[in-house]
Ligand binder design. Structure first.
Ligand SMILES: Cc1cc2nc3c(=O)[nH]c(=O)nc-3n(C[C@H](O)[C@H](O)[C@H](O)COP(=O)(O)OP(=O)(O)OC[C@H]3O[C@@H](n4cnc5c(N)ncnc54)[C@H](O)[C@@H]3O)c2cc1C
Length: 474
């Protein structure tokens, strides 16, 4: 057993924990990072599969994600553009396949008009929402009481329009059915990306990727931290008091002045806290849960769709695979497609045997891109739901009513215990950018507190105006 004494111990070597440790080190603090897995990067993870580079977890960066951009600039990491040339394919609920160009889905003119109306309303409200404090919006309470599914239907009776617009946030982002989260949660998602229009524009939100993969960002930071990163050390027990903390890993124990818990919120309760966390945290942490999405990777001898003038981008809100993109890695000559199967469809796929699952998924992809899609030489499904140290994908969000009720407390430290996660971010929420921003923020708060130059803020500079049931009724 190794015993260490540090200024700050960080639990979790994903992008958020590593960024926090890196910033603290730059501020002259001593750190130790304890990581449960045998690798760094958390929900970013890449592997070579039969010569193709596969990013099993997070991979894309959008132009507004300046937190992550500034980090990779510092690390000397380059980006490359996703292949976007050519037409897209849309699959209607009745199985009609349409090849189209331009921004609008090839649906009835009246549906296009309804979709644009819904998008404009989302943009209007999004502009009023502070991603760091969505609960402060004047209508936050009521927007958090209604599911996104039902809220859309209060604005339009065009079912296709509601499903298509719903997909961008439900299947596409939170990876939960639209009836399980609120309109306010949807607005947090869009405000975290600047606007709803940014979210629905795949050329914006899925703009570029890292040369060296997204996990490479964490690997580069971990290299700078050197032997202060301890792998295979899940922390299951944490002693804490106003004087400091002791974190117990498998073979490393760290005493420190402060701790940053940089694991996804659904895993906070894996740690046994001594003394227990306060009531507020006990309850809050039960309302943040992971979505579920299968990321499908299919590698082909060549990117055959390009020869047919297709970009590889496909949408089918009622299909099994609801989105597909060309995911060929930088300078590779093989062609890679990535597809996404969300929430209820993902449940259904996991009911099948491995062989049936592969057959069903490739057949569905072939409805968009033709029979060549059946001939994948590598077929791999990301299954973060089975990963003990994640338990879902992409990230966590609140249940109905949870964001307004608990959000104001989510970034509050408990004595020496601070939380940092992409899932607690405003800008960059649920993305690596948010993980980096939160890591930097936690590091800045702690550096000041350790130096005694500033008091712990408690709330991270954000105080809710709506704390009581009376205000809910107002
Ligand atoms: C399939 C998938 C696709 C995604 N696509 C994108 C994308 O294209 N672009 C994008 O920006 N984001 C994407 N994301 C989201 C992005 O990967 C996450 O937002 C980001 O990785 C979160 O970073 P984090 O450090 O907050 O948490 P994590 O990456 O989850 O890191 C947390 C770390 O804590 C460790 N840990 C957990 N419990 C303990 C414990 N008790 N003790 C010690 N260690 C522990 C975990 O092993 C993990 O390494 C995707 C995620 C998934 C799953």
């Amino acid at each position: 057993m190794t015993t260490l004494d540090r200024d700050v111990v960080i639990i979790g070597a994903g992008p958020s924990g590593l960024t926090a440790a890196y910033e603290l080190r730059k501020a002259g603090k001593t750190v130790a990072v304890l990581e449960a897995r045998d690798r760094v990067g958390g929900r970013t993870w890449s592997q070579d599969m039969d010569g193709a580079t596969i990013e099993i977890g997070g991979q894309w960066i959008s132009p507004d994600q300046t937190g992550l951009y500034s980090l990779i600039e510092e690390l000397g990491i380059e980006t490359f553009e996703r292949y976007k040339e050519g037409a897209s394919v849309y699959m209607a609920a009745d199985g009609t396949r349409t090849v189209y160009t331009g921004e609008d889905f090839p649906v009835a003119e009246s549906t296009v008009a309804e979709m644009n109306k819904l998008i404009a309303e989302m943009d209007r409200l999004t502009a009023q929402v502070d991603p760091d404090a969505p609960w402060e919006h004047p209508q936050a309470a009521e927007l958090d009481m209604i599911s996104f599914h039902h809220w859309l239907r209060t604005l339009s009776d065009d079912e296709v329009a509601c499903n298509n617009v719903g997909l961008f946030i439900a299947g596409g982002m939170l990876t939960k059915p639209a009836h399980t989260f609120s309109a306010l949660q949807a607005l947090l998602m869009s405000s975290s990306a600047g606007s709803f229009s940014n979210l629905v524009d795949e050329d914006f939100i899925l703009d570029r990727r890292m040369v060296g993969t997204m996990q490479g960002v964490s690997i580069a930071v971990a290299q700078r931290l050197g032997e202060d990163v301890y792998l295979n050390n899940p922390v299951l027990k944490l002693d804490w008091s106003d004087e400091g903390v002791t974190a117990y890993g498998a073979d490393v124990t760290v005493t420190a002045k402060k701790v940053i818990i940089a694991v996804p919120p659904n895993l906070y309760s894996r740690i046994s806290y001594n003394p227990p966390l306060p009531r507020r945290q006990h309850v809050t942490h039960q309302h943040q849960s992971m979505g579920l999405v299968i990321k499908v990777h299919a590698v082909y001898e060549t990117p055959f769709w390009r020869e047919e003038g297709l970009s590889g981008t496909c949408f089918g809100p009622s299909s099994i695979v609801q989105e597909i993109y060309d995911n060929t890695y930088h300078e590779e000559t093989t062609g890679t497609l990535v597809g996404f199967i969300s929430d209820l469809q993902a449940d259904a796929m996991f009911e099948l045997s491995e062989t049936e699952r592969k057959e069903t998924i490739l057949k569905d992809m072939a409805t968009y891109l033709g029979p060549k899609a059946l001939e994948a030489k590598v077929f791999y499904l990301s299954d973060f739901g089975s990963e003990e140290w994640t338990r879902g994908a992409y990230a966590t969000s609140y249940d109905l009513g949870g964001l307004f009720r608990f959000g104001p407390d989510q970034n509050k430290n408990v004595g020496p215990i601070y939380f940092s996660s992409s899932d607690l971010a405003g800008e960059g929420y649920q993305h690596v950018d948010g993980a980096v921003r939160m890591g930097r923020r936690a590091a800045a708060r702690i550096a000041a507190a350790v130096d005694g130059t500033d008091e712990d803020l408690g709330y991270d500079g954000v105080i809710s105006k709506f704390g009581t049931l009376t205000s809910l009724d107002a």
